[in-house]
Write a protein that binds this ligand. Structure first.
Ligand code: 13P
Ligand code: SF4
Length: 342
């Protein structure tokens, strides 16, 4: 190295064991460039909990679950928002920030739930169920949100369902499009739920037999935490279920010795640094959409200010009403009892 070559930053402790010494020299210059570009562009990077560890730990300004990312998007003061997540998350950020530039580093980063339902489907269902509120998962397009009465995430679905049913004076509502989230929420509320046959391609793969096998191998101190997008028998076989942020809170509060996270692979990797007391059992499914986002694509989007998310203003206006109603509801308590209460 000559005297003018800046030294590469050292591998952050949070990435030890996740990024090898041979990988880091390729990633470190990208990290440094992105962090410089963020200042030049007046940009903020919002990153979902499923992002690769080098994104989560080295360039993200804000990390969180879908609800937290929507909440933080409202508060964003930077001129440019980079969504390190999937397309519906970037669209939600744009709906909440019509005058800001919202960058989506890879427009192909979709979601099987968002693709499961169209605005026409919602219009048809509304005609079939007149007088009932329509709650749509935040994992949907802006067009679908625009047809809904309110959005929800897995972090506040019980709260949203209960408050809109009470407000409308009805005993049931539609909760679209995740059939498994709908079943898991129905088990937590006295209100009836009408569902739709969408599913997350990552979480629908888990089975209760997988959990039983892993419990057999690891013994009684294993705590199983499932995402509510998993089929109902999987959630029933778990000790706790909640959104990705609720998983983080659970591990922080309960400090379990050994955990199986029944969710996307990066979740456990990203949590290791803040939960050194917990051993994370590696048995997970990867979301191919989340994994499309890389440091290189984030760097390129900041360099070129492209690809940008656009949403038709009339659609954005209606979608915003649904998102705002969700944000006004806040976050619910966990949707499954904690282990000692079971
Ligand atoms: P969270 O809202 O729990 O972060 O979930 C988002 C998601 O896409 C899960 O698959
Ligand atoms: Fe969509 Fe499932 Fe991927 Fe989440 S994990 S973005 S719900 S496909």
């Amino acid at each position: 190295m000559n005297a003018e070559t800046p030294a590469l930053p050292v591998l952050p402790a949070a990435l030890e064991g996740l990024i090898t010494a041979t990988e880091w020299p390729q990633l470190a210059p990208l990290v440094a460039e992105i962090n410089r570009l963020k200042i030049d562009r007046d940009a903020v990077i919002l990153a979902h909990n499923y992002m690769r560890p080098e994104i989560f730990h080295c360039v993200a300004d804000i990390t969180g679950d879908s609800l937290a990312l929507a909440q933080k998007a409202v508060e964003a003061t930077a001129s440019v928002i980079v969504m390190a997540g999937v397309h519906f998350m970037a669209e939600t950020a744009k709906v909440l920030n019509p005058d800001k530039v919202v960058l989506m580093p890879d427009l192909q980063a979709g979601c099987s739930l968002a693709e499961a339902i169209t605005a026409d489907d919602v219009r048809r269902l509304k005609a079939e169920h007149p007088g009932l509120p329509v709650v749509v998962y935040v994992n949907t397009s802006a067009e679908v949100k625009a047809e809904a009465d309110v959005c929800c995430t897995s972090g506040n679905a019980v709260q949203v369902v209960e408050s809109i049913c009470a407000e409308w004076g009805v005993d049931r509502c539609l909760l679209l499009p995740d059939r498994y989230l709908a079943e898991n929420i129905a088990a937590q509320t006295r209100y009836g739920i009408i569902s739709f046959p969408g599913a997350c391609e990552v979480h629908e793969l888990y089975t209760p037999e997988d959990i039983a096998d892993i419990r057999d191998s690891f013994g009684d101190d294993l705590v199983v935490i499932a995402h509510p997008e998993c089929p109902r028998p999987v959630v029933e076989a778990a000790d706790f279920a909640g959104s990705t942020a609720q998983m983080i809170d659970f591990i922080r509060d309960q400090s379990p010795a050994r955990v199986l996270l029944v969710t996307e692979c990066s979740m456990g990797e990203n949590l290791m640094a803040s939960a050194p007391q917990t051993e994370f059992i590696r048995a997970c499914n990867m979301c191919p959409h989340m994994k499309r986002i890389t440091l290189e694509k984030i760097r390129d989007s900041l360099l070129t200010l492209d690809p940008q998310i656009t949403v038709d203003p009339a659609i954005a206006h209606k979608a915003r009403l649904s998102v705002d109603r969700m944000l006004a509801c806040g976050r619910n308590t966990p949707i499954a009892p904690e282990p000692e209460a079971r």
